[in-house]
Design a protein around this ligand. Structure first.
Ligand code: PLP
Length: 386
């Protein structure tokens, strides 16, 4: 990736393997954003023609988003981020229906912390990070009133894919009145959402994970409003999320989403080959390195390994010095010395989990990024083991 596109880093090339934390914005999305930052600034709720034009741009973006997600345009709610979409789904379901919220132990904090805050139930996961279906069934059967079950489509740390059809069957059998929500923030680049959406009632996305801007989220509410809004006020987004819409961000999000969808299949093939080359290269060079989840259970762009005898914090420091961008856990948790809650829930030994390294690939990743990453990680690990 060209270094001068990263503010403040100009002297050497950046090897950016942190796409799951945030993807670089697509040039086409930047181009789409500009007219709404410069000329077309009217409030989309206004009553003049200038405002009508911005409203029309949001409507067109909503139509584009609905096609990729496989829902109706009036089921698309634009929010401020993935976290807001997750919070709205869970808090809004409990506020409307009473009862408890249930989620898996491997959820992103944007789900897990809300469920815990509301006194909900957390269901264990297997060694790959997939929700334990038997435990889910018994948890749901033991509750009188389940408001919502939230299970992520793809895990943000280890990349594991959830079989949402299986989860849906269990929810319908043991908690037929409950809503099913999925945090699909990490799924967009890898899974066809048209096949995911029909399995759930609510679905969350975040634009900056697929080449859109930061500060735009999407919540899909299928079959009409079934939850309370989190933000009330001017009644935008048909009373489901008040606040003046981020017109520029929404337009760019739709462009990025369409491009991601169009390139998804070919990119998954290209990037799974690069991911395999990366993991094989690391395994060849470094002793005591273990791939956390086998490739056929996870998305193409995810390489997660644990390196025995190495602490992630120290390794990330050396990688940072060499301009290799990676992470240890989710970006929100990096910087903490505790092993990730996802690895702990998967039963990964604490000592092993402290050597976790997440490398995530995306549309800008090239073969030379992979080769450079192998070289830099190998040399950093040797230094730390010395
Ligand atoms: N859910 C998952 C699975 C994520 O990976 C993230 C971001 O890391 C979020 C939710 C939060 O999204 P945002 O950064 O837009 O708030």
């Amino acid at each position: 990736m060209a270094a001068d596109s990263l503010i403040g880093v100009t002297e050497t090339a950046i090897t950016y393997l942190d796409h799951a934390a945030s993807a670089p914005m697509r040039p086409e999305a930047i181009e789409a954003i500009m007219p709404f930052l410069t000329g077309n600034y009217a409030n989309p709720s206004g009553s003049h023609r200038f405002a009508r034009r911005t409203r029309q741009a949001i409507d067109e973006a909503r139509d584009q988003v609905a096609v990729v997600i496989g829902c109706r345009p009036n089921e698309v709610v634009f929010t401020g981020c993935g976290t807001e979409s997750d919070n709205t789904a869970i808090s809004g379901a409990v506020a409307r229906r009473g009862g408890v919220a249930v989620c898996s132990a491997a959820e992103h904090p944007a789900v897990l912390q809300v469920v815990e805050h509301l006194g909900g139930r957390v269901v264990g996961v297997d060694a790959s990070g997939r929700i334990d279906l038997e435990q889910l069934a018994s948890t749901l059967a033991a509750e009188d009133n389940v408001a919502i079950v939230s299970v992520m489509a793809v895990n943000n740390e280890v990349g594991t894919i959830t079989d949402l059809a299986e989860v849906g069957k269990i929810v319908r059998r043991h908690a037929p009145g409950a809503l099913l929500h999925t945090d699909a923030v990490q799924a967009v680049c890898w899974l066809d959402l048209r096949q995911v959406t029909p399995e759930v009632d609510l679905l969350s996305l975040s634009a900056h994970k697929f080449g859109g801007p930061k500060g735009v989220g999407i919540l899909i509410e299928r079959g009409g409003p079934q939850i309370e809004p989190l933000i009330i006020g001017g009644g935008q987004e048909r009373e489901r999320r008040s606040g003046t819409q981020n017109t520029a961000g929404i337009v760019a999000t739709a462009v990025a989403l369409e491009l991601t969808d169009r390139e998804r299949e070919s990119e998954a093939i290209r990037l799974s080959e690069l991911r395999d080359r990366l993991v094989a290269g690391l395994q060849r060079q470094i002793e005591g390195i273990v791939e956390t989840v086998v490739p056929d259970r996870k998305v193409a762009g995810s390489a997660h390994v644990c390196i025995a005898g190495v602490e992630s914090e120290a390794l990330l420091y050396l990688l940072d010095e060499a301009n290799v961008c990676a992470s240890a856990a989710s970006a929100c948790a990096s910087g903490a010395m505790e092993p990730s809650h996802v690895l702990a829930a998967m039963g990964v030994d604490r000592g092993v989990a402290l050597g976790a390294l997440r490398l995530t690939l995306g549309y800008t990743t090239t073969e030379s990024d992979i080769d450079r990453a192998i070289e830099v990680i190998d040399s950093a690990v040797r230094k730390l083991k010395r």
